[in-house]
Design a protein around this ligand. Structure first.
Ligand SMILES: Cc1cc2nc3c(=O)[nH]c(=O)nc-3n(C[C@H](O)[C@H](O)[C@H](O)COP(=O)(O)OP(=O)(O)OC[C@H]3O[C@@H](n4cnc5c(N)ncnc54)[C@H](O)[C@@H]3O)c2cc1C
Length: 381
């Protein structure tokens, strides 16, 4: 492959990347098949990652976090996605930590961030409900303030890390008479929480190592000081504030998967023989690789630009939505071609491109569907 280095990489990050790769190759890759079969990662991977200082990388050291910036998180996502390690839900863990950091009080930050950075608390984001996905303002899970606690009733669905999460960023309705202004965010510690129940770990098309789950709340008492920030009704604004960060992570994982699949496919076609020659010498295959490499590079350059904008605090919602929608559409197209170039082997789960293809489908659905991305972009055109 032609060499390309992201403009945001420096010597420190090159060293950091070596540590990340070593950790993923020794602590994750050998266990991925087991995790996929059991439908969750082994929970000690969280504390191992915490001990290595690989969680909450872009939040300040004063809260026990990595003290780096978004580039450190990027390295981690890239290396995970290049290897198809999709069960370790670091993305939503980081996003949950960001809500605490961005909107939490000082007491809340000190209470949750150090334990999230150590992997003692596993984060999840619980927004979606059976009757409210794209239409987030339709959320029904109700939280009623009663003295020093909220009484919570309702349910959530499709929650990444749901089976193992010990700290939920839970979106609740605190005012039934307001749609947009009626939502609030509660941070909920789930250990021994009466009335809280994890339902089914959902049987999915891809991401089998991810314990995506249903969550149920029946007369759950959540301490009032778990409200994020100090005011009810701010939930929708708080959610919208972090969207560029979340959408860029999804796009970056898309690029990482394309790069990983392309490298794997390029190797494969040089080895695989048909009609007395390596299939990689055939013009059709060479052209397919050229097309996939070009799309991947364009996606990479766009995502790198978004990363630099985000680092400067200048990534707008529309640009992040463009990256999320276009890159994940391209991810599926490129991975489909990579499967095709592997022939029947590309359909076998023991091949990386097969697992990546199945895992990739949801990228166009979660984090706001690609149709919703287009809806948002179109308003600015
Ligand atoms: C594997 C997986 C992991 C997930 N992880 C999480 C998580 O961690 N936390 C969480 O809260 N949620 C999570 N989700 C939920 C995900 O974000 C939602 O599924 C997604 O937002 C879509 O909502 P929905 O499923 O209700 O679809 P719907 O909103 O019912 O949409 C159905 C279809 O209608 C289209 N549509 C809807 N409204 C419009 C519109 N206005 N214009 C054009 N088209 C429209 C959609 O694009 C889609 O094609 C996850 C989902 C999956 C599958």
């Amino acid at each position: 492959m032609l060499l390309y280095q992201s403009p945001w990489i420096d010597d420190d990050l090159i060293l950091f990347r070596e540590n990340v790769v070593r950790f993923i190759e020794t602590e994750m890759v050998p266990y991925d098949a087991k995790w996929r079969a059991q439908h969750h990662v082994d929970l000690d991977i969280w504390t191992k990652a915490g001990e290595m200082g690989l969680l909450c990388l872009d939040l300040p050291a004063e809260y026990g976090c990595g003290g780096g910036d978004f580039r450190h998180e990027c390295v981690m996502y890239e290396e995970l996605s290049r290897r198809g390690i999709s069960g370790f839900g670091q993305g939503v863990h980081s996003m949950a930590a960001h809500y605490v950091y961005n909107y939490g009080t000082e007491v809340q930050k000190k209470r949750w961030l150090p334990r999230m950075a150590k992997g003692e608390l596993i984060g999840a984001i619980a927004m979606t409900e059976p009757s409210a996905g794209s239409d987030l303002q339709g959320i029904r899970t109700r939280a009623v303030l009663e003295g020093d606690h909220y009484r919570v009733n309702g349910s959530k669905i499709f929650i990444t890390n749901g089976g193992s999460a010990s700290l939920l960023m839970l979106v609740v309705r605190t005012n039934p008479n307001e749609r947009k202004h009626g939502l609030s965010l509660l941070m909920v510690e789930t250990k021994d929480l009466k009335g809280y129940r994890v339902g089914r770990v959902l049987d999915k098309m891809g991401l089998p190592a991810q314990d995506t789950a249903e969550l149920f709340f029946e007369e759950v008492r959540v301490p009032a000081d778990c409200l994020l920030g100090s005011e009810e009704g701010r939930g929708m604004y708080q959610l919208m504030g972090d969207l560029p960060y979340e959408r860029l992570i999804i796009a970056l994982c898309g690029v990482g998967a394309m790069e990983g699949a392309l490298a794997e496919t390029s190797k494969y076609v040089k080895e695989r023989q048909a009609f007395g020659q390596a299939i990689g010498t055939m013009q059709h295959i060479r052209f397919k690789l050229a097309e996939a490499a070009t799309i991947t590079r364009v996606a990479r350059v766009f995502v790198d630009d978004c990363i630099q904008r985000l680092l400067k605090g200048a990534l707008d919602n529309e640009t992040a939505s463009m990256a999320k929608y276009w890159v994940t559409d391209m991810q599926q197209q490129v991975l489909d071609e990579c499967v095709q170039m592997h022939g029947g082997y590309g359909y076998m789960n023991e091949y990386l491109v097969c697992r990546m293809f199945a895992d990739s489908r949801v990228q166009r659905i979660y984090g706001g569907t690609n149709e919703i991305m287009k809806e948002l972009i179109s308003r600015s055109v």
